[in-house]
Write a protein that binds this ligand. Sequence first.
Ligand code: PDD
Length: 283
Amino acid sequence: MRQVYINGEFKKEDEAKVSIFDRGLLFSDSVYEVTSVINSKLIDFKYHVERLDRSMNELKFKTLIDHDEILAFHRKLIELNNLKEGMIYTQVTRGVVDRSFDMPKQAIKPTVLAFTQEKKILESDTAKNGIKVMTLEDMRWKRNDIKTTQLLYASMAKSEATAKGFDDAWMLRQGYVTEGSSNNVWIIRSKNIMTRQSDNLILSGITRAVVLECAKKLDYEVITKNFTKVDAESADEAFMTSATGLITPVVKINSSQIGDGKPGNFTKSLRAEYIKRALEIAI
Ligand code: PDD
């Protein structure tokens, strides 16, 4: 049984409890981060905690969580659960207070919880074979730049895709692709690598930012701008980025095969570069 973290303590997973008045539960008034773990080390940890601060600031949480404290419970969770490869999920809610749409004006103690989950990251089947995505309308709110736990539409979108035999959904606003259910989107057309610009309609992914750096290192130029569903369906290569998927090739979009239906060469070289860097900077 896993050991999890809750408000300063480590407990067996079935003994960790959260109040029924927690605003995370009642209003999704909470933010989260997912950090990948490879060889028992954390990848891009610093960027994840910086984004956690940003999310909490955007929601006007009145206290932040100390980064050293976050690092300490991440390391302890890896040790207690003997985690070699997978992820650590961390969630911070505004806290526990009587139910009201008016957010508490006074500072209240946030609820902080974290747990490990094993997952194949380096040698995943999806990285080897690529995935199939379908497009559907993006019906989420317009503050997707904040990493909140308000994830119901993303979960509905992913479930609709898997029920139809796809692996994930790419969401569309006015014909333009915003992002995947839990990842950022990229396409390559006549050697131009494109990813959507970051604004309030997408999460500014940590992996996305690092892949932009990796592309620079490989002397690939990346254009950060909106692209349409039609651009995506006729791309030479496509992939998505996220902490736990790293760079995952996309080999089919709706009924269109991408390239020769196998992970593309640019995608593979970017993934290799990302992994090389990740292993160097892991802590
Ligand atoms: N999801 N866009 C959305 C909507 C996401 O949920 C995520 C991450 C990303 C990629 O961000 P990053 O590269 O920082 O992981 C983009 C995580 C992995 C999740 O919810 O499990």
